[in-house]
Design a protein around this ligand. Sequence first.
Ligand code: KIV
Length: 273
Amino acid sequence: MSVHQGTNLKKVTTHQLQEMKARGEKIAMLTAYDYSTARIVDAAGIDVILVGDSASNVMAGNETTLPMSLEQMIYHASSVIKAVSRAFVVVDLPFGTYQGNSMEALHSAIRIMKEAGAHAVKMEGGAEIKESVDRVLSAGIPVMGHLGLTPQSIFKFGTYSVRAKEEEEAQKLVADAHLLQNCGCFGIVLEKIPAALAKQVSESLTIPTIGIGAGAGTDGQVLVIHDMLGINKEFKPRFLRRYADLHSVMTEAIQHYVKDIKDQSFPNEQESY
Ligand code: KIV
């Protein structure tokens, strides 16, 4: 029994996310990849935590999300899950673990659910991964879709620029969003697409959409925690709002620590046994 069972804390569920959309309450989603950060994120009132494969960039220092393995996602997700009392935790299925065939997708999703204790998985793409989405859903595993800029396909796109600006791609995105809803997905991330298109898609769906670089018309927003806390100084896309400057805070604290060691003011008598 978890320490939080028996308290009044209401856990977020897919049903609640649906209700939030229905009553017009925006959904707040943020990434986390480790126990200590996830505790802060959960206690601060985030509705959905995404253990994103952006861990590949911000935790492992890779240029793309492609190198991430299933084992690495399970490691991050199991650390996050242990910290969470209220938020709904969605975990990315990494590149190469669900596109091949639907049985592989099912096995990958089952490992994430069983070994990490995740609440749902997220998969990038539309019609091309329908079979995998159907198979995972058939096992009772909630699936979140991800359309628009899908970073696992970066070498197909060639750039991280805004997607679906042209009519043909916009029409495919609308069709894919409805296909994912009809399959039974509980929500869809819309990444880096024109605000008007994201609003139109969000209004035409009954399931919630969560935007990143998709304007204000989606049912919720998601950001990568390292970006919104200002840990990454170099990453400055137009859609990013920085809520802190942790790069400066951390740098100053570490410089102070180095100075205290060098001038022998740390540790002092009270800090010694
Ligand atoms: O991996 C991730 O962090 C994501 C978000 C950018 C939506 O997929």
